[in-house]
Design a protein around this ligand. Structure first.
Ligand code: ADP
Ligand code: MG
Length: 645
């Protein structure tokens, strides 16, 4: 009896979830029964190798066919393009990777020179992978609605933006970028609980990521992230391959052909060892043969150093999150390499509990993305909506007077997030503010990563400290930063979306954190020095202004002592001891104390005679210099202009 095809009442464009992986990608959707399903090709294979091959005749192969061509056409076959996403052409990291030909022409992003196409960007290469996934989904589902695409939790602005651009290029509407670990937690239905703390251990082909997630009243927050961008199953392959080469009598060979053969054999043996205690293989390549036997115990010993490295990153992530391993409510395994039994044992030991393994670690991220896409598409709004919060991997701030960083959104702030801070002018008659947005944990802006600079102009000249510049940082749900600067008294406003020209990977972030940690004390010294210098400049400027305006209020003797204190402060300002500067500031303030009192009396009398008291108070309050006014004592300050360039 033939079955009637029953049409799905919710048919129409279907939302999809995509795990755009470094090694493999997966596309999934939610069935009419509410179940997340990964889409397979005609051979029943769901993993699409994230590989794109460009041929001389302008044809493009993606996935398994591209992977097969990589051996013979290494330069025209881009593997692991995800590592290049959002990176600058001058990024030394990119030069170390792969056998590629990079374009030498000017431009902010990396470009590969490939057969048939001239130059392609990582965004274009990723778009090919996404197009392939979209095609597969369309074959299965007919029309495809929007997509949720997952990205590593540590992906920065540029990397997220690049991922979105790739999707747009592939003709996909991005419903949301979702952090990979959060997607895994959704796949396990952890959002159905109300509270809990979870670790997501993701060991893929070439990267390791660990994330601590907290579910609080049905809301997910990424508490911390960590990992190693150069650690994964490929390292296991390499360790085993060197044994294979030894067995073939080719220890330390540099033959590309034998190396490739050994790596492929190693991977097959590694996969077999996941299900078998011992594996024996007859090796044979270019006339050399050997019988090769490995026991699982040998393999486990071989990969111990790799496992230890994941342990270091996990302990650090727990520390960052302020969570004890014993306080975890679950550990989720993600990534093909977590199939290895030794990995599972190691994770169980590390966290003191058996990890969740019910779902296929290769598919769990795509399944979570599909569930989220389904939720966002909103058809089945019966399910409780999960508000997904991610976290900032590095602090975001502004450069303030003296080059110190004013942190606006600290690292590990859950996103979406917004924060505003009010700044004021440092110099009289200043008509512009230069804003410098930076990312990082260091105290001085010069040591952080510069994300954007922009200038707010056209502020009417006012006395120092009168202008009120409100700077707002908004980080949206996709992790992209929008900065708004508004001068309150005039309503003047300017916005920028921060899309830096190149990105950071987790190794760089780790390095920045380490540097910040190591530099901690000297940074604080530097910061104090910078702050004291700014303060010294402000006090000197104010003193000179006061003497010139109300000089008739001081006796000759008083003037001499004020001038002496000013000179001494200038000397300290030229030195490098912030405590000395602080002491001399106090000295000068002491010397001007009575004079300041008399000035205040005069100002108040003036106000009572009809002048504006409020403005008097405003000008005399301590308006800390936060802003980039030109440095009135510095050599580069233009004497005739107060506008900031
Ligand atoms: P990525 O997240 O980098 O795209 P995947 O999660 O797809 O990577 O993991 C790919 C890695 O998983 C490869 O190193 C592969 O050899 C490994 N892997 C897949 N299946 C198994 C298995 N059965 N046993 C051991 N390792 C496996
Ligand atoms: Mg992965």
């Amino acid at each position: 009896m033939s079955l009637l095809q029953i049409s799905d009442p919710s048919s129409g464009p279907r939302p999809i979830g995509i795990d755009l992986g470094t090694t493999n990608s997966v596309v999934a959707y939610v069935s009419s029964l509410g179940e997340p399903l990964a889409i397979s090709d005609c051979d029943g294979v769901v993993l699409v190798p994230s590989v794109v091959h460009y041929a001389e005749d302008r044809t493009i192969a993606v996935g398994p066919r591209a992977k097969a061509l990589a051996l013979d056409h290494p330069e025209d076959t881009i593997v692991s393009v995800k590592r290049f996403m959002g990176r600058g052409a001058d990024d030394p990291e990119t030069r170390r990777m792969g056998p590629y030909r990079f374009a030498t022409s000017e431009g902010p992003v990396v470009r590969f020179r490939v057969a048939g196409r001239g130059e392609v960007t990582p965004v274009e290469v990723s778009a090919e992978i996404l197009r392939e996934l979209k095609d597969r989904a369309e074959d299965e589902l007919g029309q495809v609605g929007g997509a949720v695409i997952t990205v590593p939790a540590y992906f920065d602005d540029a990397q997220r933006q690049a991922t979105k651009d790739a999707a747009r290029l592939a003709g996909l509407e991005v419903l949301r970028l979702l952090n990979e670990p959060t997607a895994a937690a959704l796949a396990y239905g952890l959002d159905k609980k109300t509270n809990g703390t979870f670790a997501v251990y993701d060991l893929g082909g070439g990267t390791f990521d660990v994330t601590i997630l907290v579910l609080d009243d049905g809301v997910f927050q990424v508490k911390s992230t960590g990992g190693d961008s150069q650690l994964g199953g490929d390292d296991m392959d390499r360790a085993l391959a060197s044994r294979i080469l030894t067995a073939l009598g080719l220890e330390g060979t540099s033959s590309p052909s034998f190396t490739r053969y050994a790596l492929d054999a190693a991977r097959a043996i590694k996969h077999a060892l996941t299900d078998h205690e011992t594996v024996t293989t007859d090796l044979s390549h270019e006339g050399r043969t050997a019988s090769f036997t490995v026991a699982r115990d040998d393999f486990d010993a071989l990969i111990q150093p790799l496992l230890q490295r994941t342990g270091v990153a996990c302990r650090r992530a727990l520390r960052d999150a302020g969570v004890e391993a014993s306080a975890l409510d679950g550990v989720i395994l993600v990534g093909g390499s977590t199939r290895v039994p030794a990995v599972r044992r190691y994770v169980a030991q590390l966290f003191g509990r058996a990890p969740l393994t019910d779902l296929d670690p290769d598919l769990v991220v795509a399944m979570g993305a599909a569930l989220q896409a389904d939720m966002l598409a909103g058809a089945g709004s019966s399910k409780n909506d999960v508000l997904l919060l991610d976290v900032l991997p590095l602090s975001l701030g502004l450069e303030a007077m003296g080059g110190v960083v004013e942190r606006i959104l600290p690292r590990n702030t859950p996103i979406p997030a917004a924060a505003a801070q009010v700044f004021t002018t440092y110099a009289d008659q200043q008509t512009g503010f230069e804003l410098h947005v930076v990312q990082g944990e260091r105290e001085l802006a010069a040591d952080c990563r510069s994300l954007a600079r922009f200038t707010l102009r056209g502020i009417p000249p006012m006395a120092a400290g009168l202008a009120r510049l409100e700077v707002r940082f908004d980080v949206d749900a996709d992790g992209i930063l929008h900065v708004t600067a508004k001068e309150r008294t005039t309503g003047l406003e300017q916005k920028v979306d921060v899309t830096p020209s190149y990105g950071l990977d987790d190794a760089t972030i780790e390095k920045m954190l380490e540097d910040a940690y190591e530099a901690g004390e000297s940074d604080i010294e530097k910061r104090s020095l910078a702050e004291q210098r700014v303060e010294a400049e402000r006090v000197i400027l104010a003193t000179e202004k006061a003497l010139s305006e109300d000089g008739d209020l001081v006796s000759a003797e008083e003037r001499a002592s004020i001038e002496l204190a000013t000179r001494r402060l200038r000397e300290a300002h030229a030195g490098t001891k912030h405590r000395v500067i602080a002491a001399r500031i106090e000295e000068l303030e002491h010397a001007t104390h009575e004079f300041a009192g008399r000035r205040m009396d005069r100002a108040i009398r003036g106000a009572l005679a009809g002048r504006d008291l409020v403005s008097v108070e405003e000008t005399t309050r301590d308006a800390r210099g936060i802003e980039h006014a030109h440095d009135p004592l510095g050599p580069s300050a233009p004497a005739d202009s107060t506008e900031v360039e």
